[in-house]
Design a protein around this ligand. Sequence first.
Ligand code: SF4
Ligand code: SF4
Length: 267
Amino acid sequence: MIALCQRSNASCGACCGLYNRKDLRRSALREELRRRTAVLARAQRTLPGFRAAAGELARDLPAPLFPSVRVCPLLGFLDAEETRVGCLAHPLATGGADLRDAGVYDASTCEKFLCPSFSWLSEGEAELAERATGDFHLYGLVVTDVPFLRAVLAALAGRTGEAVRLRHLDHRPFAAALRSLLALKEELAPGSEGLFGAFRPAPDGGEAPRAIDYEALGRERSPHDAILLCAGADPRSGNDLEALEAEVTRRLDAAVSAFPPHLGSGG
Ligand code: SF4
Ligand code: SF4
């Protein structure tokens, strides 16, 4: 099975509630994860010990953006350098005991859960997301929104005539430009659809169709509609369509300009 949650150079904590808060700045997330990691490091490695620590942490969790979506206090940093997020109650983190029953679900639910990206993403796309984002904050936002990642890659391929490959990311100007384009996900209005697009279910449990109502806005469909749609550029989402469109254009142009021209096609 494809590995998405923990990859060599990226990790995700989206389904544990990492982004379910109003202040989504990297520094704010880092501060909260640091607080949890410190409290859990002092906790006894037993279920009662972790339950007590989880209760203590839960009292000061940032207010959730979506109260119906759970935020688990057991998500923290797995490494001293604070580069990798993950479950601190997992046996690999505790050194043996499975303490996930102390979290907001139970160990069995956590063990079995696979987000929709597991069935949609290819290994090649996951590798690109990992290399192009490079940190837990942006990786988690991108890897959980497959349509966004695909829309960005398709827009680049449409302009350069070549599919983006891992080796293109060896060219640092292009890697930086692609990261900047993907980082639109970090700059959206709090609570906007673009942030949590991949998790927006329709009433029947399927995926809710997303559409920007250009007619109601009295304007033509944007050439970047696929990206804007995933970014939640519908004005009702809280994002400014015109401003977001201008940013997409600017960042896409920059990525196209930085695309390494001397490389041929291939893997
Ligand atoms: S949202 Fe998906 S990729 Fe991220 S941690 Fe959860 S299951 Fe893994
Ligand atoms: S206990 Fe479950 S929900 Fe909580 S951090 Fe671990 S995997 Fe995520």
